[in-house]
Every structure is written in C-alpha cells, then in structure tokens.
Ligand binder design. Structure first.
Ligand SMILES: Nc1ncnc2c1ncn2[C@@H]1O[C@H](COP(=O)(O)OP(=O)(O)OP(=O)(O)O)[C@@H](O)[C@H]1O
Ligand SMILES: [Mg+2]
Length: 322
C-alpha cells in the first residue's frame, strides 16, 4: 500500500505539490489525472524516491520513502517498475537489450537462461517477439511504449508506475496498451499507478482516480464520481461547456449513474407525459463496461414542472437552471 499524507514538494520557490493526500491500495489500477504542469510526473517521481520532498509523508508498506538509506531506496526502486513520460530507451541498444537493462543495473546477467526466459516472455507479452533486434529508431511510438512496459516489468516489480503510457498514440494502439496493462495487473498481481491527461484512460482501466490542479488534489474517487457529474474544475479540464445550450425554455440535465438502460426512461417520459423536448446534449460513456453519463433536455416553461416531477419520481439525479 502507498500512503501519501500532506505531501509538499517545492523546486526552489515554486510549490509543485501542495498538501496532497491519497492512498493507493494493493492490486488496484489507480489514476492520477490533471492538466499539463499540475505536478503529476513529480508526484510519481516522489513515490519512487527519485525526488525528495519538503513536507508530509509517503509510505510504502508503512516505511517512509524519505527516511530510507541508499541501499534500502535501491531495494524499493527495484519493486517499482517505472515507465517514464519520454520512455528513455537507449538508442544504441536493440529491443532485447533495452528490456534487459534493469537486470544489468541490478547486477544480473541477461544471458543467463532463466533471465533470458523472463526477458523473452515479457517481449512476447508486449507483442514484440519479431522485433528483438530492432533499435528504437526503427520502432513506432506505440512499439517504443511497449518496450518501456516490458523493461519496467523485468525485475518482477510489485508496482508499475506509468507516466503517460498512452499519450500521443492513436486510439487503436491506446486500446492495445490499456488492455495490456489490464492483463499485466491480472496475471502478475501488480499495483498499477497511471498518470495521464486522458480521461479515456481513466474511464477504461482505473478503479480510482485523483484529479490534480495547480499542485493541489481537487478530488479523489471512482472515475464515475469525478466524470459523470463533474465539478467546475473537472468540467473545465474536460472542456465541457454549456455555452451552446438554448436560451429559451428550461434546460434540464438528467444523470444516469447506474446503467444507461435507464435512458429509455426519456422516451417513456415523452410518451406518458405527451411532451416534446430537444435533447441538446448527451454524454453517455463506458466506465469499465457500464454506460453512465448525462443528457441535457430543453423543455418549455409550461412543461418543465411535469418533466421535473416525472424525473424525480423515477429516482433520477437532475440539475436545473443550466
Ligand atoms: N526539475 C525541475 N526543476 C524545476 N521545476 C520543475 C522540475 N520538474 C518539474 N518542474 C515544474 O514542476 C511543475 C510540475 O511539473 P510536472 O512535470 O510534475 O507536471 P505534469 O503534471 O507531469 O505535466 P505534464 O502533463 O505536462 O507532463 C511544472 O511547473 C514544472 O515546470
Ligand atoms: Mg508529466
């Protein structure tokens, strides 16, 4: 378990993390999302002891990271595979040797049969068996990320820290990497921390997520708690605005928190109440297999009370006056 309490990190006068507290449980896929410069990469680097911090605490299984001696810190870092934002592959080494690199640093021989087997299995897991001898310059961006994932796993870590493992990749390759991360968690029983600025990533694989803004943690919870009914900061981050909604009648937003099959409620309502309305906006999204989201209706002032009564009686969460 990783516990972060009231963490403060400064670079000179610049406060990059301000009173950040969160807990990452064993075996979960935990997301950290926020704008560029919010402090996400720095937080990840504090967790694995690459950056010192000035206040608060980070404990891994109850041990304070800042209090570890050099040897203990190296031992901790071996349990934490890291995929860096710029993935740091060595251009002069081929795929096999890049994956093997942490073994070399740890004083292990990558040609020794058991180690070789491990390296080849990981390269197979990330789907690059036909690229063993390729150098990074001959690989696509998605392939380089996959080499970085294999490399991060080579020392059998307990934690995998991924910094933007899918940014700048096309949607199909992103899907491939996300399902790879899911497989890795399930098969290797690893705790995965995913730093990203992509809501897609969080929605699809994270069980819990924190949203960072300007060095502070604004909200922590289930992805659906943050994104189905987003607060103002998260709405701004997602670029969701209500600018183009009609200025006439009444705008009513209905939230579907459990299952989008409830959405047939809207057509049912139209039939039962015999009302017409416009659907101005609909944001239904897949959260780890469950459809959730909201729909914004524009109804006439005359119909609004009946529509609101119907929706509230049906147990829907409703927002008015948008
Ligand atoms: N080594 C450093 N020295 C000084 N300032 C730094 C250093 N590393 C990061 N910063 C600053 O800390 C802030 C947070 O940076 P960080 O890389 O953690 O952001 P981020 O959330 O990962 O952003 P991005 O989404 O662009 O990767 C930024 O203002 C950055 O300029
Ligand atoms: Mg970053």
């Amino acid at each position: 378990m990783i516990e972060i309490r009231h963490l403060t990190k400064r670079f000179g006068d610049l406060t990059v993390l301000d009173d950040v507290s969160l807990t990452i449980h064993d075996g979960e896929i935990y997301g950290i999302i926020g704008q560029s410069g919010a402090g996400k990469s720095t937080l990840l680097r504090c967790i694995n002891g690459l950056e010192p911090y000035q206040g608060g605490s980070i404990t891994v299984d109850g041990r304070e990271v800042a209090a570890l001696g050099t040897q203990e810190l190296h031992a901790l870092q071996k349990t934490m595979g890291m995929i860096f934002q710029n993935f740091n592959l060595l251009s002069r080494l081929n795929v096999y040797d890049n994956v093997a690199l942490p073994m070399r640093f740890a004083g292990l021989n990558p040609r020794q049969p058991e180690n070789k087997k491990r390296i080849l299995e990981l390269i197979d897991l990330v789907g690059l068996s036909d690229k063993l001898k390729a150098r990074p310059s001959d690989l696509s961006g998605g392939q380089m990320k996959r080499v970085a994932i294999a490399r991060a796993l080579v020392l059998k870590p307990r934690f995998l820290l991924c910094d933007e493992a899918t940014s700048a990749l096309d949607p199909r390759i992103t899907q491939g990497i996300l399902s790879l991360l899911n497989t890795i968690r399930d098969e290797m029983n690893i705790t995965i921390v995913v730093v990203t600025h992509q809501m897609e990533v969080v929605k699809q694989i994270c069980e819990r997520v924190s949203f960072l803004k300007n060095s502070r943690l604004i909200q922590e919870g289930l992805p659906e708690e943050l994104f189905v009914m987003p607060n103002e900061d998260i709405r701004a981050f997602l670029g969701k605005t209500d600018e183009n909604l009609p200025q006439h009648g009444r705008n009513i937003r209905v939230y579907f928190m459990d299952n989008a099959s409830e959405a047939n409620l809207i057509s049912h309502m139209a039939r039962v109440l015999n009302v017409d309305f416009s659907i101005c906006r609909a944001d239904m999204e897949d959260f780890r297999g469950k459809m959730m989201g909201s729909m914004t209706l524009n109804v006439t002032e005359a119909d609004a009370p009946r529509v609101l009564e119907y929706l509230k009686n049906a147990g829907c969460v409703v927002e008015e006056g948008i």
